[in-house]
Design a protein around this ligand. Structure first.
Ligand code: ATP
Ligand code: MG
Length: 201
């Protein structure tokens, strides 16, 4: 097979690929608010959500963020984004406690937090809402999935919602338009490297 043959085949392969890609682009004409779920045990769920917040702000969109579990008291994302115009940042998980094991109290804190999330889902001026670590209050049964789904369904039609957290319930994934499951192939923490600013928080 000569060089020219190889070039021709390459060109034909690329032409076929381009035709396939062009056809799918031509089909994807709808514009609507989407629900994204970023789940799984691998690293990258919250940081992916905050990457989309940066994109949205680049388009002068308004963004609401609710963090349901506060793992780290002082994250880089909160420091940076909460002082950007167009960002409304809510920490909802500060009242959760592992110490009292008081289910009713945790449930009340989660409900109060969902009240704030709900207001954001009812606010058409918000183009994007991030519900960071929402899967945990759902998983512990502090929030009812059906109530959450109902509020998600009732949101403004162009509003995007991003939910993060491990173990997303099936009902939430079924309702979502995009679901990404981060797979944990390797994590520095298991090799004894502690949480790093800029990487982990
Ligand atoms: P990130 O915020 O870095 O995108 P995440 O949202 O996917 O992480 P979480 O379950 O919310 O993951 O955990 C938050 C913290 O735990 C981060 O500091 C992250 O680096 C760390 N982490 C995430 N996945 C793992 C893992 N598989 N093993 C150890 N630590 C992890
Ligand atoms: Mg996270």
């Amino acid at each position: 097979m000569g060089q020219n043959d190889g070039d021709r085949r390459y060109r034909e392969r690329m032409e076929r690929k381009k035709a396939v890609v062009d056809r799918s682009i031509a089909r994807a004409t709808r514009q609507q608010g989407v629900l994204l779920v970023l789940t799984g045990n691998g690293k990258g769920k919250s940081s992916s959500a905050f990457g989309m917040v940066a994109r949205a702000l680049g388009h002068c969109m308004q963004v609401g963020v609710a963090q349901f579990i506060k793992g780290c008291p002082d994250t880089g994302e909160e420091r940076f984004f909460s002082r950007q115009p167009g960002v409304f940042w809510h920490l909802l998980g500060e009242g959760f406690t592992w110490e009292t094991q008081d289910r009713e109290r945790d449930r009340a804190v989660a409900r109060k937090g969902w009240g704030i999330a709900r207001e954001m889902l009812g606010d058409p001026s918000l183009d994007m809402v991030v519900l960071d670590e929402l899967t945990y209050p759902l998983g512990y049964g502090w929030l009812d999935l059906e109530d959450v789904l109902e509020d998600l369904r009732g949101r403004p039609p162009m509003q995007h919602v991003i939910v993060t957290g491990r173990g997303a319930p099936q009902g939430l994934c079924d309702a979502a338009d995009t679901v990404t499951e981060m797979r944990d192939a390797k994590h520095a923490f298991r090799a004894g490297i502690g949480a790093l600013p800029g990487i982990d928080y």
